[in-house]
Ligand binder design. Structure first.
Ligand SMILES: Nc1ncnc2c1ncn2[C@@H]1O[C@H](COP(=O)(O)OP(=O)(O)OP(=O)(O)O)[C@@H](O)[C@H]1O
Length: 564
């Protein structure tokens, strides 16, 4: 059977010269075609005339489209339209405009498609920033969304005490971010909450403000002071940062905030409590457990338990410690349990990404039905206000390329974070840059605690512009002065990519910032391809979405608001 042409009015004309050509034996597995062929054979034998089969026009067009897409020589649909570019490639034919939307079934043609071949060394593409302000600071157009008019609202809308609002004003924090709009009222109401929102969107204040407001409503004298809020974070640096934010907003109420980090011995942890108990304790899991086991503290009066940076805290490396911490606390399962003399603690779990199994752990400590989930619209998306560049490069060339990037950043007066995947690479790279005369600091988890102390603070203060680090600096640390992130080693997971990239373009910052990633190893290429696909499709990064669906009652914010 041979297709001759499409006739007018949606006819497809087939010439059946030899009935035997239609044999199903020559086309195994095409049972339907075989039975049609058999029918046609009977018809041709009867009339010996060409047979005309009606094929609807839409189906014809579909067949043509598929043929065109499958053909190697097909002319690609132009992805460039007038206006700004979303994807800029070394090969301009692979550029994609901001105004171009990929069809649902359209496969994006990726710049990184052939990056497993050494022939592509030197290739690059960038995902350009398409807006100047972060999405969590923007006014929502959707009127049905409770984040509408975020930028016009102030912190007064939460009816928190005026001193708190004044303190925020003095720090130039005037309008709540979207996650603050969603989270603060729920914590004030006494709900257990799981809050998942983009990096840098102001999650720290989203939980600290309602907690400090509630604590100042019930002041304590020094003799009766007891720990009423515990905030658990994965690193000492982050514990210090959260402590400093908590102190800045609570000192006018006489609320005592203390920090206890691990790695410096039990004596150091004990010293934190020698002059009495704090109202708020910011701590790492190991230090908290030691303080509990040695009975330096008691959590019998606890009102709030916050687990920040959930993806790290619920990771297998911390999960055991976390379960031990939960065994020392009483978490409320309903609103009524959060008040009264023998009250239980409200649980707040916060993160920009969530690993699997969160729901499983939480179900052991509270009724999952009591947990409200706040999930931001752009969660797990590439940040649209941050320019992200990917460079396919030989391992040996990375250091020169990095040197160039650092020189450019110096001229532009930007702070730079250089991420490596291991402590040994941090050290090696540090020595190499030292020889090149580049002033920098190093931060990695294998450093002794005494050496590590103060490094990040010094970097934040601007004593040096370059920090070479492992992923311990990618979680939670506020890096307003950083304008460039370099992934010297490509991150091992999408989660790490999101957290590293999230060190720029933060709320209250001056701009979007840039991320430069070196792609050296073949095993990195698939991750780059998934990132490029997500950018071209404007979807979230794959493999992360299901991870916060665990609590069975996951409720979208809009739904909660509707039902209020
Ligand atoms: N409403 C606001 N307006 C302006 N700046 C804000 C606002 N809320 C917080 N910030 C500032 O934004 C920065 C980022 O906040 P924060 O560290 O809480 O983000 P985060 O969501 O916890 O980030 P990460 O996911 O990296 O932990 C901080 O410098 C903070 O002072």
């Amino acid at each position: 059977m041979q297709a001759v042409k499409f006739g007018r009015c949606g006819f497809l004309i087939y010439k059946l010269s030899q009935a035997t050509r239609c044999s199903s034996r020559s086309q195994p597995g095409r049972g339907q075609t075989a039975s049609i062929s058999a029918g046609l054979r009977r018809m041709t034998t009867a009339s010996s005339q060409p047979v005309v089969i009606r094929i609807p026009r839409p189906m014809q067009e579909h067949i043509e489209n598929v043929k065109q897409m499958q053909s190697k020589k097909f002319d690609r649909l132009p992805t460039v339209k007038p206006g700004r570019l979303l994807i800029k490639s070394k090969n301009p034919q692979l550029n994609q405009s901001v105004g171009y939307t990929l069809g649902k079934f359209e496969q994006p043609v990726l710049t990184s498609k052939g990056w497993k071949s050494n022939k592509t060394l030197g290739d690059y593409f960038s995902i350009n920033s398409v807006q100047s302000a972060p999405p969590f600071m923007l006014k929502e157009k959707d009127k049905g969304n409770d984040t509408a008019s975020t930028t016009t609202k102030t912190f007064n809308c939460f009816h928190i005490c005026p001193e708190l609002v004044e303190t925020l004003h003095s720090q130039n924090i005037i309008h709540p971010t979207t996650v603050q709009m969603q989270t603060i009222p729920k914590i004030l109401k006494g709900r257990n909450i799981l809050c998942a929102a983009e990096t840098g969107s102001g999650k720290t204040l989203a939980y600290l403000l309602p907690i400090i407001h509630r604590l100042q409503e019930e002041p304590f004298t020094d003799s009766e002071r007891n720990i009423r809020a515990v905030i658990v974070v994965p690193s000492r640096e982050l514990a210090e940062q959260v402590t400093s934010v908590a102190r800045s907003i609570s000192q006018c109420f006489g609320i005592v905030v203390k920090v206890a980090g691990g790695g410096r011995g039990v004596g150091n942890i004990k010293a934190a409590f020698t002059h009495g108990q704090p109202d708020v304790l910011v701590t790492t899991p190991g230090a908290l457990l030691k303080a509990l086991q040695k009975r330096f503290i008691s959590l019998s009066q606890l009102n709030f338990l916050v687990i920040d940076e959930a993806d790290t805290m619920f990771d297998v490396s911390f999960a055991g410690l976390l379960e031990d911490i939960f065994s020392h606390t009483q978490v409320a399962s309903r609103l009524s349990e959060t008040v009264g003399l023998d009250h239980k603690a409200q649980l707040v779990v916060v993160g920009a990404t969530f690993p699997g199994g969160v729901g499983e752990v939480l179900s052991k400590v509270t009724d999952l039905a009591s947990m409200v989930t706040v999930k931001s619209r752009m969660l797990h998306h590439l940040m649209p206000h941050v320019k992200q560049m990917f460079l396919r490069i030989k391992g040996a060339d990375k250091i020169l390329e990095l040197h160039q990037a650092l020189k450019k950043a110096e001229l532009e007066d930007k702070g730079v974070l250089v991420f490596c995947n291991s402590a040994s690479t941090v050290n090696w790279l540090g020595y190499s840059l030292e020889e090149m005369g580049v002033r920098h600091l190093r931060l990695q988890g294998e450093m002794p605690a005494t050496m590590r102390e103060g490094i990040f603070r010094n970097f934040q203060r601007g004593s040096v512009d370059v920090l070479i680090c492992t992923d311990i600096a990618s979680r939670g640390l506020d890096t307003q002065r950083v304008g460039l992130i370099v992934n010297y080693d490509f991150p091992e997971t999408h989660t790490d990519y999101i957290h590293r990239a999230g060190r720029v373009g933060r709320a209250g910052g001056s701009g979007g910032g840039e991320v430069l990633s070196f792609v050296t190893h073949l095993w990195d290429v698939e991750r780059v391809q998934r990132i490029e696909t997500a950018a071209r499709r404007r979807t979230s990064l794959p493999g992360m979405e299901s991870e916060i669906q665990k609590p069975s009652n996951t409720t979208d914010v809009k739904e909660i608001e509707k039902n209020k």
